[in-house]
Design a protein around this ligand. Sequence first.
Ligand SMILES: Cc1ncc(COP(=O)(O)O)c(C=O)c1O
Length: 372
Amino acid sequence: MLEIMPRRCLREVTPYAPGKSIASVQRELGLRRVIKLASNENPLGPSPKAMAVYRRAEKSCSLYPEGSSPELRQAIARFHKLAPERVLVGNGSDELIRLLCEAFLDPEDEGVASQYGFIRFRQQVLMMGARVIEVPVVDWTHDLATMARACSSRAKLLFVANPNNPTGTYNTEEETRALLAAVPRQTLVILDEAYVQYARGCPGYPDSIPALIDEFDNLIVLRTFSKAYGLAGLRAGYAVGNPEVLGWLDRIRMPFNVSLPAQRACVAALEDRRFVEKSVALAVKGRESLAAGLRELGFAVEESATNFLFARAPLPGRELFRALLRLGVIIRPLDEYLLPSHVRVTVGSPEQNKALLSALRRVLSGKGAVPA
Ligand SMILES: Cc1ncc(COP(=O)(O)O)c(C=O)c1O
């Protein structure tokens, strides 16, 4: 028996369960054609312009990148018309969530999160040995007023994914402003906008950069290159907000946290606005038709402000996940969120959505769909 023990708090953390990869399903089930609709990636792939730049960076792969990603930082600052000091680049927004917790949470502190908010918030707070204060959702949506009231003098961080993963719901600018105005002075609000591009058309969706960050210095906004930009494999995201806060994260990040090809490709991806527009249009159109198809099959589908759908399934989520896997379609069961009847499916290309619906028809005709 190993007597070397990890920190006590780590024993309470259930590890993050990433979406199953195409390669693992091919290996395990001997399938050739596998569709992944489990991690909200972009069905168009990456921007061809970003990939051209990525390939040109290969000659520099023997050199360490510049650690602070200065060109990318400048490009993001230009994109948002901000000073570069208000931007920090991370190895995915996931790294930035981790850095925020490492920089600000002592074990006696608290992190406030929503009941079905993105699970990485909860996991990362627990990894610091700090306490998670979890606030119930209302209609699958974060209850920001109650979250503000849940902040004690020990609440250092408050996390809001807007729109949220896995529920796909969003909070309005009015609610967000009220939250920012109501939290105590020592509480930093983290607005994780991984799906911002898909939510822009939703009534009342906040204008966080620059409007909210100019107004509130207790706000950090997170963005990612993994979704609408189609670069999940490169691992890049960024934080925008108070330079003093970002300075602490900068101090403790890994020295070379974003690879050079990733830095360069992200600059090109930011400039390729057409590609992002095309990606968003595909998802917005697809989410309506996919939702209609799922409803016909007995799913209770929530409205989505993202590139995925959250639904109560006519079979237990894990059972459905396993049955679809055998047909070469990967979706996401939500047991880790304690939602065993729900699933999350990424809106894919029209062909992928069609393949999902037809696989579902096969699975459900064998079992008989239970009305929602
Ligand atoms: C709400 C939310 N935040 C952050 C992330 C992490 O994104 P990244 O790939 O930038 O680490 C995800 C990924 O699924 C997400 O859904």
